[in-house]
Design a protein around this ligand. Sequence first.
Ligand code: ADP
Ligand code: MG
Length: 294
Amino acid sequence: MTPPSSAPSSAPSPARGPATGPALGSTLAIEVSGLVVDCGGTRILRGVDLDVTRGEWVTVIGPNGAGKSTMLRAIGGALPSSGAITLFGTPLGSLSRTARARLVATVAQHPIVPPGIGVLDYVLLGRTPYIPPLGRESRQDLEVVSATLRRLDLARFASRALETLSGGERQRVFLARALAQEPQVLLLDEPTTALDIGHQQDMLELVDELRAAEQITVLATTHELSIAGEYADRLVLVAAGQIVAAGPPEQVLTADLLAKHYGARVRVIDGENGPLVVPVRATTRRGPPATGQP
Ligand code: ADP
Ligand code: MG
């Protein structure tokens, strides 16, 4: 993959797999079958099956506590699980840490930030899988990092301490670190939660451009249901640790499914690029309280 600063081209770049990782010929980027995760004696995921094709964008939705983050963490290799997880035809467990990190980058819901770290140094952590043990970053590593900072409108923060940034600025830095990793698969756990609507669109458009230009595969989670339908090829609805619906947005974003699994009252209307979900209040609108004045 070229640095994210490059303009997207319509011709995908040749598949360039990590040196010690799998060949990228497989059209299935992610294959998950019978995925089970137990935490603290509780079964969190109860047998999840999911295939994601190379270059596809799949978004996982579902109520709080459904198991969305757990699913992404297991697929990213950050959690022990049972069942099978395969990336580009290679079992996750047989990839070295470095090979896995060249293949998959995660933006966690609550990333751990080393205290006092600067923005540039944090994004440089994304280059770790390319830096030899006991080695230093190369000029190319620094070029990728500064191109990524520019691409995400973060260059002016390069020397700032990460913890002094606003929530939205920090969320863009987390994505920058993941992009600096030059992955084939992006796992994005609620990547736009802290962003204003303009930065939400910028981030999602950027990810979509990368996907078109580099055939990056995207597996994301979100609570923004209309946005989920706009950007994803396919939605997966998770409830109580199981997939309860999956398919194109118009099949999953239905008032019935959202009422059943979120307990939500919504109206679903046709948008330009798919269904739009509008919450509807339960009571009829009341006027202001009477003041007793004539
Ligand atoms: P989501 O991302 O869909 O909101 P999560 O995947 O974060 O949900 O969590 C799913 C469920 O698993 C929640 O009920 C959460 O409390 C529980 N859970 C997550 N991690 C642990 C843990 N380490 N020990 C016990 N329960 C956990
Ligand atoms: Mg979560």
